[in-house]
Design a protein around this ligand. Structure first.
Ligand code: ADP
Length: 177
């Protein structure tokens, strides 16, 4: 295994079968039949291999899935992945039907320790670091994270990673949080 440095963070370069990684995660979350929020996995058979840090990629997805479940009281959380041939990138999506995020908070939620300060989120625990880690790891792996949300309706987080190259050399771990 080779390494490269990016600020204080180091990424491994594993050859990762995305389908295997997602199927592993799916198994780890297990059956949620007794829960009020169902977890749906859409994992196509033809996903590519990626040279990336498997542990950090898993952490990114777990943080997004755990948030989606935490901030949804009913409905579903959908996890999907898709390979875009045109840009040779992979997009991971975590889509929930939860409480949503106010528009004025959308550019702040990836900051260190930031939590939306309102009566309905205060009942949730957490450190405000989950999305900060998602953003820093996504940059480290050469990709990016995007969010769309509608208050009261749900949120969709997308992590986009390049396939064709070893990513992240230019990423700074302290990049605009
Ligand atoms: P926390 O430990 O509070 O979950 P995060 O950094 O993961 O910290 O998220 C920061 C804040 O962004 C959360 O406290 C919450 O207010 C908001 N947030 C994150 N994910 C979601 C989501 N899926 N739906 C609604 N709000 C969310």
């Amino acid at each position: 295994v080779t390494h490269f440095e990016s600020g204080a963070l180091t990424a491994e370069r594993d050859v990762v079968s995305l389908r295997d990684l997602l199927k592993e995660l799916e198994a780890a979350y297990g059956s949620r039949q007794d829960q009020s929020v169902i977890l749906i996995w859409e994992v196509p058979t033809e996903l590519p291999e990626l040279e990336t840090d498997a542990t950090k990629l898993k952490q990114i997805l777990q943080n997004l899935i755990n948030n989606a479940l935490k901030f949804s009281n009913q409905g579903s959380v959908k996890v999907s992945a898709a390979h875009d041939q045109a840009t040779n990138s992979v997009t991971f999506r975590v889509e929930d039907t939860g409480i949503g995020i106010p528009p004025e908070s959308l550019n702040k939620i990836f900051g260190k320790f930031y939590q939306v300060d309102s009566s309905h989120t205060r009942k949730h625990d957490g450190t405000g670091l989950g999305l900060y880690i998602v953003k820093q790891f996504s940059l480290l792996l050469g990709g990016k994270v995007e969010v769309q949300s509608e208050l009261g309706r749900g949120s969709t987080f997308a992590v986009i990673l390049p396939v064709g190259r070893v990513a992240g050399k230019k990423a700074s771990t302290e990049a605009a949080a």
